[in-house]
Write a protein that binds this ligand. Structure first.
Ligand SMILES: Nc1nc2c(ncn2[C@@H]2O[C@H](COP(=O)(O)OP(=O)(O)OP(=O)(O)O)[C@@H](O)[C@H]2O)c(=O)[nH]1
Ligand SMILES: [Zn+2]
Length: 309
């Protein structure tokens, strides 16, 4: 008997154990994983085999990287093979530096370039304050892009996406952002049909039973070279897979001082002669570490030390 034909595909949406796979010629079909253990996530390149009108995933190609999210109970992978992560925050509501730092650490851990976009530049005063708070992140080398995705005032000049679009071109970008930062506005501006697609995906994957939104990959251009991945409604990134002793190397401001420590295995929490601790005292002077960032470091170190599973 001839070997059944395996076809290539890209996972473009996932919900529970069912995924939507897109074929190179643009067809989309529901696929189920083979066996209980195997798991596929959005962005996975797979080989699948047709079964009646659906498919079975036979093989997941090796991943370049993998991103995690976490809820109260467990950590789950949810997106793979990313070129970059766009962390969207806004002048209002005031963003949490802890949440921002966690997103940056998650990206660093997978060696994915993060871009920070600060939305609502039309809100002059809060934006000015927020832009200032971003100063230390710019000093760390992160690119921070100002945006006005949907200004309240009728200021059309400010609505341009010109600064952002070239950064997305030809890449697969995971868009992350806290509620209210303008993520839906961004997705809708990049792809006016996204909402329609979301409904289509929910219907396909849930047979219309309920409409829990899922992580989805959208093509921004007709040639399918530029993609954004949207993962609605989640707050926490899975960081539990990170060794606490690696944390400093994933935070550029801490890392820059960690070579000055007396002990090679310094945790930068209490050791004498610690290069990091001495720089915290300098606050956010050019080479200092802000008290806020150091607190984020020590809190997260503690968290990662406790939750080892
Ligand atoms: N002033 C101003 N308001 C904006 C801008 N971009 C988005 N908004 C508004 O901010 C609010 C939140 O935007 P959404 O796109 O719904 O934000 P979201 O991140 O998807 O939030 P959730 O729907 O809660 O996940 C909406 O009222 C938008 O109209 C902007 O550039 N300037
Ligand atoms: Zn140290």
């Amino acid at each position: 008997m001839a070997q059944p034909l395996l076809e290539p595909g890209l996972v473009v949406a996932g919900h529970g154990r069912h995924v939507w796979v897109e074929t190179p010629d643009g067809r989309r079909l529901i696929c189920h994983p083979r066996g209980k253990k195997s798991q596929t996530v959005v962005g996975d390149r797979v080989l699948w085999q047709a079964t009646q009108d659906e498919g079975t995933i036979e093989k997941v190609q090796p991943r370049r990287n993998l991103f995690y999210r976490q809820d109260e109970i467990r950590t789950k992978s949810f997106a793979a093979n990313l070129d970059q992560v766009l962390v969207l925050i806004a002048a209002e509501p005031e963003f949490s530096e802890s949440q921002l730092s966690r997103a940056l650490i998650a990206a660093e851990a997978e060696k994915i370039r993060p871009i920070i976009a600060l939305n609502k530049s039309d809100l002059t005063e809060p934006f000015g304050r927020a832009w200032e708070r971003m100063g230390i992140y710019r000093d760390m080398g992160y690119q921070v892009v100002p945006l006005a995705l949907k200004p309240k005032a009728d200021d059309t000049a400010a609505t341009e996406l010109d600064t952002l679009l070239p950064l997305l071109q030809g890449k697969t970008t995971l868009v992350l952002g806290p509620s209210g930062s303008g993520k839906s506005t961004l997705i809708n501006r990049l792809l006016p049909n996204a909402r329609v697609l979301t409904n289509e995906i929910s219907t396909a994957l849930n047979s219309g039973k309920h409409t829990t939104t899922s992580t989805s990959l959208y093509w921004v251009d007709a040639a399918k070279t530029t993609a954004v991945i949207d993962s609605p409604g989640f707050q926490e990134f899975g960081l539990n897979h990170i060794e606490p002793m690696l944390l400093a190397s994933l935070m550029p401001d801490i890392k820059a001082q960690a070579s000055d420590c007396k002990f090679y295995n310094c945790s930068h929490l209490h050791e004498p002669g610690c290069g990091v601790i001495s720089m915290v005292k300098l606050g956010s002077s050019p080479h200092g570490i802000s008290a806020n960032r150091y607190k984020i470091y020590s809190d997260l170190f503690e968290e990662l030390s406790q939750k080892r599973y």
